[in-house]
Design a protein around this ligand. Structure first.
Ligand code: EPZ
Length: 414
């Protein structure tokens, strides 16, 4: 349970941690080789702990200290991923490709759906089948096997982050070239490609495709995890919603242009440095329309926090969520805090109100939780946010970082 007393303007600097969504695929890349993989700037998050637990269960040795992960060993991997770990975190499904590529077979439970609507893995399975794997579904788990994977050209109906990562991981050990047409281009996917190149499977990006040259035996690598653009965006929005002034340090401005654009339209003063971004919030934000879109579009993971900002804007904002069928878990709790939001299909219409009011609310996923934290920081009175384990999945030292910016935040036992 997180308790927040709203009303303080956040002021100061916050150091951005390594990106969760870059660390996770990098950890699973360790399954492709018994050689040592050293990852730096790894955030201490529940999801990263789950990924470490999973690769250990599959046969890897892991040492984690001071943000540095050393992963090695696993000459022979266990080809069966514990269902509980895959159900706990969707990204665990990324072990499928590496296990089939290394061991010739794998059994991985289908990831649990979650608060973002149905989240199939059909693009993953289609791509692995195209690489020559026999893929079957039995009792809610994927059974896949292949004597070897053979590179080919695979088209993705949608530039899926996970499916692109899955096929890069599998393609790294496939024979010949694997081409993914219409790939995801999120910075975290680009980082995975750079890591695989360091490990010995060269990856090249072209206009409409990414090409990976498979390699019989991959080596180890040392790699530093890029800053978390979603964490950075969340803190910049915290500065904006409280009318304060927040600088996100060790951030990557190049990954935040869509947010910078809409924050400026909302009336915030935004300043960009080489490795920092600073936002000075307006007294009251202006209404802004936007749609989420695959990178470099407005990130769907910042849609809920941005809606929290617009909940207290002057005027009506129209938001279209194009990446997920139903990413609206933050709407109900925001209504409890006095927001005026209507959902029609995948369109949110927000009538801004002068002040939100503190309430007892429940987070249903990482980014919905972030939206509730932001709303509580700007609300009148006290808010209690349950489901805060979701926040610990994606935000390192959240309460500590917020307190350092002047927020009145307490973590309490439920
Ligand atoms: C990644 O999820 C991120 N997670 C998500 O962040 C992020 O919201 C998402 O990309 C979009 O940017 C990680 O990187 C660990 P997708 P992923 O495959 O890979 C549909 C967070 O809070 N789809 O790009 O699951 C899917 O249902 C998390 O950090 C299929 O239909 O996203 C969704 O509507 C939340 N079939 C859309 O594509 C498939 O085979 C985007 O999914 C795969 C996906």
């Amino acid at each position: 349970m997180i308790r927040i007393l709203g009303g303080n303007r956040l002021q100061g600097e916050v150091r951005i941690s390594g990106a969760k969504n870059a660390a996770l695929p990098a950890i699973f890349a360790s399954l492709l080789t018994p050689e040592p993989l050293i990852l730096r700037n790894v955030p201490r998050l529940l999801d990263v702990e789950t990924a470490v637990e999973l690769v250990r269960a599959l046969g890897k040795e892991v040492h984690w200290e001071n943000g540095i992960l050393r992963i090695w060993g696993g000459e022979e991997l266990c080809p069966e991923a514990p269902a509980e770990l895959v159900q706990r975190m969707r990204a665990s499904f990324l072990v499928l490709g590496p296990l089939v590529a290394r061991m010739g077979r794998a059994r991985v439970a289908l990831p649990g759906g979650c608060a973002l609507g149905p989240r199939p893995v059909d693009f993953h399975l289609h791509g692995l089948a195209r690489l020559g794997a026999q893929v079957e579904l039995h009792h809610g788990a994927v059974h896949a096997h292949a004597r070897h994977l053979q590179g080919t050209t695979i088209y993705l109906d949608f530039p899926s982050v996970g499916a692109t990562e899955q096929l890069l991981l599998a393609g790294a050990l496939a024979r010949g070239k694997t081409v993914v047409v219409n790939p995801a281009r999120e910075p975290e996917v680009v980082e995975l490609a750079a890591l695989l190149t360091e490990m010995g499977a060269p990856v090249r990006w072209e206009m409409d495709r990414v090409i990976i040259q498979g390699c019989a035996k991959l080596g180890g690598a040392e790699h530093s995890i890029i800053p978390d653009r979603i964490e950075a965006g969340t803190y910049l929005l915290a500065g904006a919603i409280t009318g304060g002034r927040v600088r996100a340090l060790a951030a990557c401005p190049e990954h935040l242009w869509a947010l910078v654009d809409r924050l400026t339209l909302a009336g915030a003063a935004v300043e960009v440095g080489p490795d920092w971004v600073e936002v000075e919030g307006p007294q009251r934000p202006k209404a802004v329309d936007f749609r989420t879109w695959p990178y470099p579009g407005f990130p769907t993971d910042l849609q809920p926090p941005m809606v929290a900002l617009l909940a207290r804007a002057e005027g009506r904002s129209t938001i279209t969520e194009t990446v997920y069928a139903a990413r609206f878990g933050h709407v109900e709790p925001l209504l409890q805090m006095g927001a005026k939001i209507q959902v029609t299909g995948n369109v949110l219409v927000v009538e801004g109100v002068e002040r939100l009011r503190g309430a007892r609310v429940e987070a249903t996923d990482i980014r919905a939780g972030a939206a509730l934290v932001l709303a509580a920081l700007a609300a009148e009175g006290v808010s209690f946010i349950g489901g805060d384990h979701h926040l610990a999945r994606g935000y390192e030292n959240l309460a500590e970082k917020l307190r350092a910016l002047g927020a009145q935040v307490w973590e309490e036992r439920d």
